[in-house]
Design a protein around this ligand. Sequence first.
Ligand code: SF4
Length: 142
Amino acid sequence: MMKLDFRSRPIDENFFNLPDKYPVTGMHKNHEVRAEGILRIDQLGKPYPTRLGIHGTNVAVDWDSCIADGACMDACPLHGFEWYLNEGKSGKGNDIKIKEGTKLWKKFRTDKADPTSQDECVYCNACVVACPSGAISVLKRI
Ligand code: SF4
């Protein structure tokens, strides 16, 4: 795996109740995006190099924390995630590998797990347990 220049902080499970900190900044496919463009702090207390925010509401993935591990995708019984940069594809090893120093690297660092089917989620929590970064929070919020 590529050496990363940040340390993932687990997703803030309370993001939905903190609209000042995590305002809705857009929509992506069928889900809301929060705090995109906002500087946030990683596990080491340093600013994340990306400002991608949190994708999804009931199945939420913190894209600044996501390191493209892919375990969430392999764990989900309902094919609930796709790679953002490799649309339609999921699973460990099927992410798009980004070359350091490129435009894509500056914006994303790694591919990101996109929660594309949160309406079908059965709240089994398998993705949450599988994620090595703690980047996912699953809860019936809306
Ligand atoms: S909680 Fe279960 S069904 Fe829902 S996205 Fe995660 S793995 Fe898939």
